[in-house]
Ligand binder design. Structure first.
Ligand code: PHE
Ligand code: ZN
Length: 881
């Protein structure tokens, strides 16, 4: 498979590589502007490759300085080289060794792909196609080799030298100020898992003994001075290692496991074999600078990267179309880990919130694509919410359909069959088929068909016959390149809820296949008849969000509020409140748009008040239940012709009304929730803070003088970042007196901590006031901001584009223009991050006509610029299609 054809890459064109590379011996002599790389590749012709077939290696921006084949120099006729490609037209038919020398300039590498420097530390990023920026290679995930890496650097510049696998040898280079280390990784791996790090870093040590008694040395490497911010990451790592042994029977397989935190990183983190490299925001935490959410994210990302050791590394992907095979599965695994470590229902609600706010809009717009795409122009653009989060939902549905035991048996089979291999989604599904005898042919459409299915349900109760019927229909919307859709397998977990809130008994269910409490919808329509139902039930459908679908039902608001108060499934209690709030907000938006008075639903306000006060419920759950759907969620619900100002008006009105009516009781509750004693990031205390800070948001909007004072106090007295940031956010977003002073005080306190400054940038970027754009523009010139650092850029411009609905979507188009200009300026430096920023336009077609036109103009301006990167060009063109 040649990956760089002008027309993009197609799954159906997959061909195994004509040559295999069994061993890679690297010698990397580091220098900031001239790093010399020598790669000795042991190459073998594939079984089905005719002798004399050309060998074509991938390159990207490479400078070739030497080439030997079996020790002899090649003449001009024997090869063809360009920065992007090295071809040997007639290689030997017997195994041979190719020794390639290249010279790199890490300091000039602003793309942060391949070898670059972050704050003076040399580091690499090779997924998906960064290894070809280090040497010429068959840079594809189905070419697995054993790597040895010799790393050499100036001792003073890089006392720490890290590679994949186990450390074999270290020493000085005689007569120089340089030293070296040799690392050997015995596990064959694809090139995208290669990594090295060299720099002056501090090491935080740890140890772990695996279930079978292997002693593993753990190390977290950070910039000097940050050692005391690694405790939570280390603790999370140990818990992840233990959990994978218990939950999936998977042990660690090397003597060392190292993690390095770097401050310039395009993504969250990377699972390189034995040497994970992290964006420092997913490592560093202390109570003064990290929020509860940061702690939870660190735990999840540490687990995610660690779990890749089995799902991704030991078993890897055959080609990049199979990305969800490692990512969807590994997200599912990290979600389950966090659910076990924290509160399962709260974790599920948070995950579904994320899915609905990120993946559903993606699936509803021009960038929609299947969980396993069949075509791409640029693979970097497919590290998406669909591949990750919807990919995880698909694995979760397999578990729902098969049950716990058969699911585990299928996973065991997957590890048994494919360990050491590079495989596909089909092979993964085969393991579950073989372990369960379940027919998964129709289910496999979840990997093929883009778009969020809608299921519509009508219900009817016949009190005489004691029969309850549910009439389901399903549809999947058309998406780019997929006009027509087939019906899917949709597992609907359900119960019939009675007057007292308990699950009602019933006798038989007909009209659909049922397994336990799961209805397996497969046809376009099902009339499901349930007999022996002794009272009028309220159906609780899609419990635990058993499928990633949109549910439209004829359940009345009153019945939803009954579920909100009494459903035995906490997820559906939360969902019921959201459903009612969304329909009320949609109606409010229409009124606002038409200039009419917005009516507030008294029953909803009452229900929210009741949940807030219900001490039998987990505070974390109450916090989630009290949070109104975000503006973007309301916009998604409306779907077309969206006026973001009207949406914000409706939401603000509802929030203000709740705050006024419930202010006194919320204030009392707020006061009662103060935590004494030192900060602890555990889920229970985080839940109390979450509830208290959610109440604070209402108090900030109650209009009562005492409440504004409370918010100021909250900020001033906060002894941890969670509370301080909540206070700051409310002061700024509610435009309370003291907001400017608070911003200044916060800056003063945290000016030397970039990750804390990111939060300061984000608070200002997400202020819905019309001044926000000018502020954001001004902040791009602030000394704390850096265009070259992805975290700073995301915290300011990224947060503005995705977290400030009214100002990004301004009616004068200035928000679109600002983001488009930023994308264009950034594209020359870092196309991957630029493309990601541009995807903030993904819902532009759902806007009302004036804004739609302005967004389109901005997108066209980007698309038409000459010399655009493939990354940005791909997003711009697909957004416009
Ligand atoms: N594979 C990484 C993960 O999800 C994400 C990543 C992709 C990081 C590409 C860097 C580059 O765990
Ligand atoms: Zn991953």
């Amino acid at each position: 498979m040649r990956t760089e054809t002008a027309g993009g890459v197609r799954l159906e064109d997959y061909q195994p590589a004509p040559y295999t590379i069994d061993r890679v011996d690297l010698n990397i002599r580091l220098a900031p502007k001239a790093t010399r790389v020598s790669a000795r590749l042991a190459i073998r012709r594939g079984d089905n490759t005719a002798p004399g077939t050309a060998l074509v290696l991938d390159g990207d921006d490479l400078k070739l300085t030497g080439l030997l084949l079996d020790g002899s120099a090649l003449t001009f006729q024997d090869y063809e080289a360009s920065p992007n490609r090295l071809e040997i037209p007639a290689p030997p038919s017997e195994p041979f060794v190719l020794e390639i020398s290249t010279e790199l300039d890490p300091d000039a590498n602003t793309k942060l792909m391949g070898l670059y420097r972050s704050q003076g530390t040399y580091c690499t990023q090779c997924e998906a196609q960064g290894f070809r920026r280090i040497t010429y290679f068959l840079d594809r995930p189905d070419v697995l080799a054993v790597y040895s890496t010799r790393i050499e650097a100036r001792k003073g510049e890089a006392p720490v030298l890290l590679g994949n696998g186990n450390l074999i040898e270290t020493g000085d280079v005689a007569g120089t100020d340089r030293h070296f280390a040799i690392w050997h990784d015995p596990h064959p791996k694809p090139s995208y898992l290669f990594a090295l790090v060299a720099g002056d870093l501090a090491r935080v040590p740890g140890e772990f003994t695996t279930a079978s008694g292997r002693e593993v040395e753990l190390g977290i490497y950070v910039e000097h001075g940050n050692e005391d911010q690694c405790g939570w990451a280390m603790d999370s790592l140990k818990r992840s290692m233990r959990w994978d042994e218990k939950a999936f029977g998977r042990e660690y397989d090397l003597d060392v496991f190292n993690i390095v935190a770097v401050s310039d990183f395009n993504m969250g983190a990377m699972e390189n074999k034995g040497l994970n490299i992290f964006n420092d925001k997913y490592i560093l935490a202390d109570p003064d600078t990290a929020t509860d959410q940061d702690y939870a994210n660190i735990e999840a990302v540490i687990a995610h990267e660690y779990f890749h050791n089995w799902t991704g590394n030991r078993i890897t992907c055959r080609d990049w179309f199979q990305l969800c095979l490692k990512e969807g599965l590994t997200v599912f695994r990290d979600q389950e880990f966090s659910a076990d470590e924290r509160s399962r229902p709260v974790k599920r609600i948070s995950d579904v919130r994320l899915l609905k706010s990120h993946q559903f809009p993606e699936d509803a717009g021009p960038l929609a694509h299947p969980v396993r795409p069949r075509f791409y122009q640029e693979i970097n653009n497919f590290y998406t919410a669909t591949v990750y989060e919807k990919g995880a939902e698909v694995v979760r549905m397999i578990k729902t359909l098969l049950g716990e035991q058969a699911f585990r048996a299928g996973m065991d089979l997957f590890f048994e069959r494919h360990d050491g291999g590079a495989t596909t989604v089909e092979a993964f599904l085969d393991c579950f088929r073989d372990a369960s005898n379940e027919d998964l042919d129709q289910f496999a459409l979840w990997y093929e068909q883009a778009g969020t299915p809608t299921i519509t349900v009508k219900s009817d109760y016949d009190s005489k016959a004691k029969v309850f019927t549910l009439s389901f229909s399903q549809s999947v919307p058309p998406t780019p390149r997929q006009a027509d859709k087939k019906p899917m397998t949709i597992p609907v977990r359900f119960a019939l809820v009675g007057e007292d809130g308990s699950d009602l008994a019933y006798e038989t269910v007909s009209g659909v296949e049922v397994k336990g409490d799961v209805l397996k919808l497969q046809a376009p329509e099902h009339k499901v008849t349930i007999s022996g139902v002794n009272e009028r039930p309220i159906p609780s459908l899609l419990r635990g969000f058993s499928a990633p679908v949109i549910l439209e039902s004829d359940i009345s608001e009153e019945d939803y509020l009954h579920l909100a108060a009494r459903d035995g499934d906490p997820f559906n209690r939360w969902q019921a409140l959201q459903t009612v709030a969304l329909s009320s907000l949609t109606a409010g938006m229409e009124a606002a748009r038409d200039g009419a008075a917005i009516e507030v639903d008294g029953l909803l306000v009452h229900a929210l008040g009741t949940v807030a006060e219900d001490e039998s419920l987990d505070p974390a759950f109450r916090a989630l239940a009290l949070q109104l759907p975000a503006e973007a969620d309301i916009a998604r619900e409306i779907g077309s012709d969206v006026d973001p100002d009207a949406v914000a008006a409706a939401r603000n009105h509802l929030r203000r009304t709740i705050a006024r009516e419930k202010g006194a009781s919320f204030a009392r509750l707020y006061e009662s929730l103060e935590i004494d004693g030192p900060y602890s990031p555990d889920a229970a205390s985080a839940g109390v803070r979450a509830l208290r800070n959610t109440l604070l948001e209402y108090l900030a909007h109650s209009g009562a003088d005492g409440d504004a004072e409370r918010v100021r106090d909250h900020f001033a007295k906060a002894d941890n970042m969670t509370d301080r940031l909540a206070g700051l956010t409310q002061l700024v977003h509610a435009r309370l007196e003291g907001a400017e002073d608070a911003l200044a005080a916060y800056y003063e306190r945290h000016s030397t901590h970039p990750l804390a400054i990111d939060k300061w940038l984000t608070v200002q970027a997400t202020d819905g006031h019309p001044e926000a754009l000018e502020k954001v523009r001004a902040l791009t010139a602030h000394p704390a901001f850096s265009f070259a650092n992805p975290n700073r850029l995301r915290a300011l411009v990224g947060a503005f584009a995705t977290g400030n609905q009214t100002q990004f979507n301004r009616a004068d188009g200035a928000g679109f223009d600002f983001v488009a200009d930023t994308v264009l300026a950034l594209d020359e430096k870092n196309p991957q991050v630029a493309a990601r920023l541009l995807s903030a336009f993904r819902s532009w077609r759902a806007l009302e006509a004036t804004r739609r036109k302005l967004a389109e103009n901005a997108l066209r301006r980007v698309a038409e610029k000459a010399d655009l990167s493939r990354d940005v060009k791909d997003i711009a063109e697909r957004s416009l299609q």
